[in-house]
Ligand binder design. Structure first.
Ligand SMILES: Cc1ncc(COP(=O)(O)O)c(C=O)c1O
Length: 356
């Protein structure tokens, strides 16, 4: 049996809830390809998943919501930054199954106009929103929110409800989640994109994406190795240093393989993390990112968010410039969504794009 068929068979053993319109499209970036002299530059539109303005988190939630439903919980609790795409997607998915979302939102960066972007959408979803101050420029870690989660969890139990805690990003084991379900979803996405590229008679040399909690990258990397492909999965870190983060991603990948009951060795090359593009910290906007956002909009009519895919594409341009990614390579950008976050960043975007 081909490796990919074996992986597919293992994935079929997982029950899921349907949230995603699949396959999300892949298209060639015609104008940007011509400009950069990289003929085989493609984008996979995970921003078009169909749930709450789309994004990679819809994929993860197909697996996670099944676990929430199986556990007979009626409240989900999760956390993220104040404009978190993860929290928005979780709230929307929960509402679809009649489950109440509680969102702990940390102000890890400053944005203007609080009731804007994802926060506005969280509010429309009638989420129980709790906003807290936090250290700027860093993603809040599980250890930091543990005490708070316990308080909220006890409160939910006192109300007579059953809570399910989902760790930030839905990537790793933790809270009520006993398997790295979000990352498992991205093994499935790897198979999907592999089939799509095959139908174009292409094979990706590189998949480039933004990496936050690492689950998306971990799932794709596990998928590529389990299929026996040499596709490089390049994670552009939005907050963490390469050393510690690549270890975390490796652990998630290994947990994914254990969970699929499949095994292959991961070399250092298999978990590629670039931390040179974090800039002034998580959630901070800079000129390169803003210009990448403009370039994608002006030449392809595609909008990217300022925290994740905008950063990944700014990084890709630099990796091509430095010949780390060669012009004759086949490159697939994974657009992971999050576009509502463009709006609360309006002042910064205007500042960087206004010619003086
Ligand atoms: C829009 C967007 N892209 C990418 C990511 C990164 O995904 P992961 O947390 O799986 O690394 C996130 C995570 O929050 C996100 O919201």
């Amino acid at each position: 049996m081909k490796y990919s068929a074996q992986v597919e068979k293992k994935l079929k053993k997982f029950k899921t809830q349907k949230l995603v319109l699949r396959p999300t499209p892949i298209s060639r970036l015609e104008q940007i390809s011509a400009q950069l002299g990289v003929p085989d530059l493609f984008i996979k539109r995970e921003d078009l998943t169909g749930l709450a303005f789309g994004g990679n988190k819809s994929r993860k939630l197909e697996y996670i919501m099944q676990d929430v439903i199986d556990s007979q919980s009626d409240v989900v609790i999760t956390w993220g930054s104040v404009q978190s795409n993860w929290c928005l997607q979780t709230a929307a998915a929960a509402r679809k199954f009649g489950i109440k979302p509680i969102l702990l939102l940390f102000q890890t960066y400053e944005t203007e106009g609080i009731m804007d972007g994802n926060l506005l959408l969280d509010f429309i979803l009638d989420s129980d929103i709790r906003i807290m101050d936090a250290k700027k420029g860093q993603v809040v870690k599980a250890e930091e929110v543990e005490a708070l989660l316990e308080v909220v969890q006890n409160q939910v139990v006192e109300w007579g409800h059953k809570p399910y805690i989902i760790p930030i990003g839905g990537s790793m084991v933790g809270g009520s989640m006993k398997k790295p379900l979000g990352a498992v979803a991205y093994v499935d996405v790897y198979l999907e994109l592999r089939r799509q590229m095959e139908s174009l008679n292409k094979k990706a040399d590189w998949i480039v994406l933004a990496s936050g909690s690492g689950g998306t990258q971990a799932g794709l990397a596990a998928g590529a190795r389990l299929c026996g492909d040499d596709t490089k999965v390049a994670g552009i870190s939005v907050s963490e240093d390469t050393k510690g983060f690549s270890q975390e991603i490796r652990e998630i990948s290994e947990d994914v393989m254990t969970c699929l009951d499949l095994k292959t060795d991961l070399s250092e090359e298999d978990i590629l993390v670039f931390d040179d593009y974090i800039g002034a910290g998580y959630g901070t906007l800079d000129k390169n990112v803003t210009e990448a956002i403009k370039m994608m909009a002006v030449h392809e009519g595609i909008f990217m968010d300022p925290i994740y895919t905008g950063k990944a594409v700014a990084a890709l341009l630099d990796l091509i410039k430095k010949s780390i990614i060669k012009k004759d390579h086949t490159v697939l950008i994974l657009h992971t969504g999050g576009t509502p976050v463009l709006f609360p960043y309006k002042k910064g975007i205007e500042k960087f794009l206004t010619k003086s």
